[in-house]
Each structure stands twice: as structure tokens, then as C-alpha cells.
Design a protein around this ligand. Sequence first.
Ligand code: PRP
Ligand code: URA
Length: 209
Amino acid sequence: MSQLHIINHPLITHKLSIMRNKKTGSKDFRELLNEIAMLMGYELTRDLPLEDVTIDTPIQKMKAKMISGKKLAIVPILRAGLGMVDGLQSLVPVAKVGHIGLYRDPETHKPVEYYCKLPLDIEDRIVILVDPMLATGGSASDALTMLKARGCKHIRFMCLVAAPEGVKKVQDDHPDVDIYTAALDERLNEHAYIVPGLGDAGDRIFGTL
Ligand code: PRP
Ligand code: URA
């Protein structure tokens, strides 16, 4: 069963509160989003397996531990997911990056696919799918289906703010995918925006308000 991890470290919660404030401009919003993505990435990678390797320190040989096993891929859902990539890549610089383009139809609130470009070896990687907002869950669920159709078997979903409706949708559709969020908000409003949320994440990142 999919697990919901709420990563409410004080630094993350504090930065998120600044982002929620409607007076916070795009520059600060972007910087804070990347900082939070990096801090969340630290938790999300906590269970990566280590292996013994032998190295020479300047003093002597030793058995040290290094990350083993599958390599990572970061896949943002365009546009807003792009705002979390730099933060995660600063933590895992060798991760490859794929892109999935989805937008929500303003009338139906259903996701519409317009782009998909993934690393060739995506099926051999642990995939971190990222999007700051999990609202109805339609976009995340469709993106997960697209990844699985291309052979991905080990996927984690990372967002900033989740609504209970979105968590339920992803857990129902993808019980094998754990969700990592910085906050679980109250509900969706009549426009399928998260309440209290932070507004339209893509518009706030890119200044298209
Ligand atoms: C936002 C957000 C998610 C989606 C969440 O994207 O970044 O992708 O909505 O909503 P859902 O859970 O109800 O599907 P949007 O469609 O506004 O596109 P954008 O990132 O290009 O602005
Ligand atoms: N997309 C956003 O950017 N914000 C919401 O609250 C819901 C969907």
C-alpha cells in the first residue's frame, strides 16, 4: 500500500509559509521551492542502499560505504515541476532528468498530455516524479501511468502541498507509489484549487499571473 510521508521539518514548514503568502514574489518563491525540494530530497533518498567499497584515504586503506544499486531519474510535470529540479539535482548531480507535459483543462480540471521525453534507460532507474501541487490528483496519476507504460517500476512522487482528494486518487490508482509532501491541506475549492494552498504554482514560479 502506498505510504503518505508528510515531511514537516521546521525549516521546510517555515519556508513553505513564506511561499504561501501572496505578497511573496516570483524570485523568492522559486528560490524557496528549490530549497524545499533539496531538503525533501534528503528524506526521500534516506533508504537508498549502500555498498562496501575499498578506498585509500591519505592515511590508509579502508572499507567505505557508497550508494549502490539503481540510479535516479528526476521527472518534473511541466510547468510547475520544473521549479523543484535544480534543488534535487544539487543533491544528486548525476540524476538524469525527463519531462512530462500536462496541463489541467480549465473547465473539466482533467489533465491533457502534450509532451513526454524520458531518459532511454528510465526503466532501470528509481524515478522521482515531482510537481509542487497535488490537487485532484489527475495530473500525478496520469503521469504515473505514462511512466509505468514506459517500463518504470520504482517510482516515488514528491509534491509540496497535497489535498486529501489528490492523495486518495494517487493511492487508489497507484498503490505501489509512495507520496512525499511538505503539507497536507484541508480540501479543494470549486475551481479544484487547494485550500488554503498557495494559488497557481506555475504562475507564481514563472510570473504569469
Ligand atoms: C498544476 C500543478 C499540477 C496540477 C495539479 O498544473 O502544477 O500539475 O495543476 O492539479 P491536479 O492534481 O488537479 O491535476 P497546471 O495544469 O496548472 O499547469 P502548469 O504547471 O503548466 O501551470
Ligand atoms: N494547481 C495549482 O497550481 N494550484 C492548485 O491549488 C491546484 C492546482
